[in-house]
Design a protein around this ligand. Structure first.
Ligand code: NDP
Ligand code: A1CAB
Length: 263
């Protein structure tokens, strides 16, 4: 299977490298004006420079504002047998289909950066022209770099973006804050960094077990009148943390809706 990537920055290269390392695609070709050739990936500066051969998958991973113009340049020779996947936040299927003028079936995907280590999760929504076989292929491609989840309504992708698309940054921010707190409490910076990372990994591993109940996992750490209770009381004072998380996720979802209107 051959894959063409339009945009090979952080998200495009994370997915391209992961698919190649998992032997899901034999050849990855990328179009990206700013990049030199990477090992095992042929990078062209423009779409016009790509030899006119058919691709099975064309993944567009440019900034949302550039998606329509990047797709408009896709000629019949490249996309005759392809499924086009857009990972751009907010850009609706209707815009993608219009840019392609019906040349190929389209899927919207909202992955996240842990695809780099095979631990991503991706929300998916397919257009009406997608065949059952193509639906299965796209699901398999994203499941191979983490987990893949089809949503029923396109608007749900705004919530997926707010939760798991942007979500890794929220956890990284919390780890930054926790490591800084460790240093303020007297630990060497490298030890605080390591403890924050290992704690995030351990907690996530517990959360991922089947039937895991997040509240029960929290309570298992929280001895009555103990150290955790003292910290949770601060987080939960007037629902501070939960209210903040809701505000932050809502801001992300609203931004996704704005992007869909081209704002
Ligand atoms: N980063 C993330 O965690 C996630 C990102 N996304 C989505 O992925 C998309 C890309 O984001 P991200 O990878 O972070 O951004 P990057 O800026 O890292 O990557 C975009 C790349 O596209 C290149 N580019 C610009 N114009 C074109 C063009 N016409 N044709 C081909 N390549 C072009 C850019 O080059 P140059 O820099 O020189 O302009 C850049 O290298 C966005 O739409 C975003 O919404 C989705 C989920 C998660
Ligand atoms: O911040 C963004 O807009 C992109 C989409 C989800 C993660 N990064």
């Amino acid at each position: 299977m051959k894959a063409l990537f339009l945009g090979y920055g952080r998200m495009g290269s994370a997915i391209g490298n992961a698919w190649r390392e998992a032997d899901l695609v034999e050849q990855v070709i990328a179009v990206d004006p700013g990049l030199p050739n990477c090992e095992q990936t042929l990078v062209y500066p423009t779409l016009e420079a790509v030899p006119p051969e058919p691709f099975d998958i064309i993944l567009v991973a440019v900034k949302p504002a550039l998606v329509a113009s990047a797709l408009a340049g896709l000629g019949e020779a490249l996309c005759a047998q392809a499924v086009v996947i857009s990972v751009a936040a907010g850009i609706p299927l209707a815009v993608l289909e219009q840019a392609l003028q019906g040349r190929c079936p389209v899927v919207r995907a909202m992955p996240n950066t842990p695809v780099l280590v095979g631990a991503g999760c991706t929300g998916l929504f397919g257009g009406s022209r997608l065949t059952v076989a193509q639906h299965q292929l796209v699901g398999r491609l994203f499941a191979a770099v983490g987990s893949a989840h089809w949503v029923d309504r396109e608007t749900q992708l705004d919530a997926v973006t707010a939760l798991s698309g942007s979500g890794p940054a929220y956890y990284h921010l919390f780890s930054e804050a926790l490591a800084q707190a460790g240093v303020a409490l007297g630990l060497p910076a490298e030890l605080a960094r390591r403890l924050a990372a290992d704690t995030a990994f351990g907690a996530a591993s517990l959360q991922r077990r089947p039937e895991a109940d997040f509240a029960a996992l929290r309570l298992a750490v929280t001895s009555p009148n103990g150290t955790t209770a003292a910290a949770i009381e601060v987080f939960d004072q007037d629902q501070t943390l939960r209210a903040l998380v809701l505000r932050a996720a809502t801001a992300a979802a609203v931004r996704s809706q704005e992007l869909s209107r081209g704002e």
